[in-house]
Design a protein around this ligand. Structure first.
Ligand code: NAP
Length: 283
């Protein structure tokens, strides 16, 4: 009999984690999921609630797992939680824990645009996390996602909220592009990266087949509604982000949009057996 896979998921209440845990549980994967807060677990899923991922609460339950998928991350800082603490230091802790607990592989979601040449704080924290993983000696797969969309993703929620208000704001020209990928494909790729050796010790851009300007994406997203599309200049957009921590776009949301990063979808589609869906066909 083939031994079933045992997989640990961190940040279990997050958008990607929720979709992934459902998919893996349907595949009868033995799941150990960790979150800071209580959540509803699936059959064959062990739930761990841990505020700080301290070793003594977790060690026994995660020991000897086939993979750990690290989905903790932040894209906005505050005085209490900054990028170094969560994106880098917590990843270092998870890597050390994984080594001690004899976990065979770690899978990490970094960000499209991360590179050794970046000067952006958010990307630097993700780059340093990637380095912890690469240097760990564990097998790994690192994904650098663009916008992952599905039900309740951050971008779609933001646009839906603006549609409700009757007006969508485009920061700047809107001619910069995004490369959205659908969550249903993302969970399949993550599963493949657990079970298929050819994904080992590689970095992939997690991007979909479409490369579309933000303006055209917004137009498609809001088609059939009576929403006004309004361009505001970047100075105004950045000013809103700086003075209002609740503004639709945070500073790094703007940096990432304006960064206009293009990923390598071909490399992903060549290694994967998935027939990637066009996110635009869902709009
Ligand atoms: N979605 C995208 O389009 C996208 C694009 C690029 C990169 N990524 C990366 O993919 C990963 C998952 O993204 P997501 O979209 O699922 O994000 P998400 O919904 O915000 O989930 C991230 C999870 O991180 C955990 N977390 C946040 N702050 C924490 C803290 N201070 N201490 C401990 N845990 C904390 C939370 O898990 P609990 O509440 O369960 O504790 C949270 O649900 C992140 O690393 C993100 O940077 C996502």
């Amino acid at each position: 009999m083939v031994k079933s896979l045992k997989v640990v998921v961190t940040g279990a209440s997050g958008f990607i984690a929720k979709n992934l845990r459902k998919y893996l549980s349907e595949k009868n994967i033995e799941l150990v999921s960790i979150s800071r807060k209580d959540f509803k677990n699936f059959n064959s899923e062990t739930k761990i609630i841990s505020k700080n991922y301290k070793e003594n609460n977790l060690f026994k339950k995660i020991q000897n797992s086939d993979a750990l998928i690290h989905l903790v991350g932040i894209g906005k800082q505050s005085v209490n939680t900054d990028y170094d603490m969560i994106n880098t230091d917590l990843t270092r802790h998870i890597v050390n824990l994984s080594k001690k607990a004899n976990i065979k592989k770690i899978i990490f979601l970094s960000g499209l645009g991360v590179s050794a040449n970046t000067s952006l704080g958010y990307f630097i924290s993700k780059y340093n996390a990637e380095k912890q993983i690469i240097d760990s000696g564990l097998d790994y797969t690192i994904f650098r996602p663009s916008y992952i969309v599905g039900k309740d993703d951050l971008l779609s929620k933001n646009l839906k909220k603006q549609i409700k208000s009757g007006e969508i704001i485009i920061p700047g020209s809107g001619t910069y592009s995004i490369q959205p990928i659908h969550i249903s494909d993302v969970v399949k790729v993550l599963f493949e990266s657990v079970s298929e050796l050819r994904f080992n010790n590689k970095i992939f851009d997690l991007v979909g087949p479409d490369y579309i300007t933000y303006e055209n994406y917004v137009k498609l997203f809001s088609k059939g509604t009576k929403t006004r599309i309004k361009k505001i200049n970047l100075e105004e957009a950045y000013h809103n982000a700086i003075v209002n921590s609740k503004s639709s776009f945070g500073i790094d949301d703007l940096n990432i949009l304006i960064g206009n990063f293009k990923g390598n979808h071909k490399k992903l589609s060549q290694i994967s057996k998935i027939n990637f869906q066009s996110v635009l066909s869902f709009l």
